[in-house]
Ligand binder design. Structure first.
Ligand code: LLP
Length: 421
C-alpha cells in the first residue's frame, strides 16, 4: 500500500497534487511520501514485536538526509556500506550504536571512521577484513563488535545481478568454513564477536529461500555456541521484495516474514536485526516525468520523455518493470494505446517500456514511474551531462525540496582546469 492515489482524476502524493509539485520544481523529479516510508518501517517493526530487535534501514536504497531523519526519528537503525553512508547516517542524527556496517571491502579509513564515531557492529565479509578491523581497533585502543557474514549457498530466485547468497557470489564466507573463521575471530584480541550475519539477495518474492537460509543460521548458531562462542545477535539482512505491478501476485508481507523469523530462529533467544531497504523506500517514491514529444515510428509510437536512464537506471540495468501512470487519470471508455516509452539519452538501452498501454498522451503531459523510491535517485548519474534531478518529500498537505536541482553552472564548475590549459 502506498499514498500515491488518484483523487478526482488527478494523481496525488498524500494530500498534494503531483502536478502542483511539478509546477513548483519542474520535471523530472523524485517525490517521496512520508506516510508510506513510516508505514513500511512500522510494518517491519511490528512484525518483530515480542522479540528483541532493531530494524536497520538499508540506506543504499534511498539515502537523502530527510528520508534518513524521517526513519531515524521513528526509531530505525541504519545499515551502511560506505564511509559516505556512515557519515550521512550520523549527520541525520542516527547514533553510532544503531548503525551496522556491511559491505565486502571496508577500507582502513572507513573502519577508523566508524570505530571513532561509534558503531553497533561491523558485518565482516572475509578473514583479511577481520584482521584489518582488529588491527585498526587495537591501534585506537577500542574493541570492535563484529558479526561474520556467512554465505548459506541458497538460491534466492531473484535477478542474477542482485542475488548474493550462492557460493559463486563474492559475498560473505562459505558457511562450511564458518567454524574456523569464528575461531580466528575469537583469537583476535580487539574483536567482540557478537553474532552472525546473512543476506541472500534482493527483491525476493518467496519466503522459501529465507527459510532455507535461516534454518542454516539456526544450526550454525547452535554449533558455534557449542564451541564456546557467545552468539547473541543475528543480522538477517534485507531482501524482501515489493510488488512492482498491481496485477502480479504480491510478495509475502512483512508480518509473514516476521513470523518466519520467529519460527526459524525464535528459540535461540538472540536479538534480531534486519536490513530492509527496498520494501521501506520502493513504493514510497515515484519519478515524475514529462512527455517532450510523441513520435510516430514505422510500426510503433514513441513517448519521448524528459526523464532518462541516468535518472532511473533500473529498467536498463535489470530489465526492471516499473508501472507508469498518467498524472491525469485516464478517462473511462478512452481506448489505451501502446507506446515505447524512452528517454533522450543516446543509447537504445534508454528505454523504460516497450508497447506499454497508456491513455493517448501529448507533449507536455506528465507521467509517473511508480515504485521508484528505492534504487532510483541513489543510482542516478549525470550521464549526457544531465544534472541530477531534484528530490521532494511530501508530508500530508506539505511538500519540500529535499535536494535541489543543481544549475548547469554548478555541474560544470565542479570540474577544474589544469594550469596548462
Ligand atoms: N543488506 C545488504 C547487505 C545488502 O547488500 C542489501 C542490498 C540490503 C541489505 C537491502 O536489500 P533490500 O531490502 O533493498 O532488497 N540496485 C538493485 C538492488 C541492489 C541491492 C543490493 N543490496 C535494484 O535496483 O534492484
Amino acid at each position: 500500500m502506498d499514498h500515491f492515489l488518484y483523487r478526482d482524476g488527478a494523481l496525488y502524493a498524500e494530500d498534494v497534487p503531483v502536478a502542483e509539485i511539478a509546477a513548483a520544481v519542474g520535471s523530472p523529479c523524485y517525490i517521496y511520501s512520508t506516510a508510506t516510508l513510516l508505514r513500511h518501517f512500522r510494518l517491519f517493526d511490528e512484525a518483530l514485536e515480542g522479540t528483541e530487535h532493531l530494524v536497520c534501514y538499508a540506506m543504499k536504497a534511498a539515502s537523502n538526509q530527510a528520508i534518513l531523519k524521517t526513519l531515524a526519528d521513528a526509531g530505525a537503525g541504519m545499515d551502511v556500506v560506505s564511509q559516505g553512508e556512515y557519515l550521512r547516517a550520523k549527520a541525520a542524527g542516527v547514533p553510532g550504536d544503531k548503525i551496522v556496517f556491511s559491505g565486502v571491502g571496508k577500507t582502513e579509513e572507513e573502519i577508523r571512521t566508524a570505530l571513532s564515531g561509534g558503531i553497533r557492529q561491523f558485518n565482516v565479509e572475509s578473514e583479511p577484513e577481520m584482521v584489518e578491523i582488529n588491527r585498526v581497533a587495537q591501534e585506537l585502543g577500542k574493541t570492535a563488535p563484529i558479526t561474520i557474514r556467512v554465505n548459506p549457498d541458497v538460491d534466492a530466485k531473484t535477478h542474477a545481478k542482485i542475488a548474493t547468497g550462492k557460493s559463486e557470489n563474492k559475498f560473505g564466507i562459505p558457511i562450511s568454513r564458518a567454524k574456523e573463521v569464528y575461531a580466528l575471530a575469537a583469537s583476535l584480541p580487539a574483536l567482540d564477536v557478537v553474532g552472525i550475519d546473512c543476506h541472500i539477495g534482493s527483491q525476493l518474492t518467496e519466503l522459501e529461500p529465507f527459510a532455507l537460509a535461516y534454518q542454516k543460521v539456526a544450526e550454525l548458531t547452535e554449533s558455534l555456541r557449542a564451541e564456546g562462542h557467545n552468539i547473541r545477535r543475528l543480522d538477517l539482512g534485507g531482501g524482501l521484495g515489493i510488488p512492482y505491478t498491481r496485477s502480479n501476485d504480491a510478495p509475502p508481507l512483512p508480518v509473514e516474514y516476521g513470523q518466519l523469523i520467529k519460527d526459524t530462529l525464535g528459540h535461540l533467544g538472540c536479538e534480531i536485526e534486519i536490513e530492509p531497504g527496498r520494501l521501506i523506500a520502493g513504493n514510497a517514491g515515484i519519478m515524475l516525468s514529462k512527455v517532450i514529444y510523441v513520435k510516430s515510428g514505422e510500426d510503433r509510437d514513441f513517448l519521448i520523455i524528459d526523464g532518462a536512464m541516468n535518472d532511473l537506471i533500473r529498467p536498463a540495468m535489470y530489465e526492471a518493470h516499473h508501472d507508469i501512470v498518467p498524472v491525469v487519470e485516464a478517462t473511462p471508455g478512452v481506448e489505451p494505446r501502446p507506446y515505447d516509452i524512452v528517454g533522450p539519452v543516446c543509447e537504445s538501452g534508454d528505454t523504460f517500456a516497450k508497447g506499454r498501454n497508456m491513455p493517448p498522451l501529448d507533449a507536455g503531459d506528465l507521467i509517473a514511474f511508480r515504485s521508484a523510491g528505492a534504487y532510483g535517485a541513489v543510482m542516478a548519474s549525470e550521464y549526457n551531462s544531465r544534472p541530477l534531478i531534484p528530490e521532494v518529500l511530501v508530508n500530508g498537505d506539505q511538500f519540500a525540496v529535499i535536494r535541489k536541482r543543481p544549475s548547469f553552472d554548478e555541474m560544470i564548475n565542479r570540474d577544474t582546469m589544469p594550469e596548462w590549459l
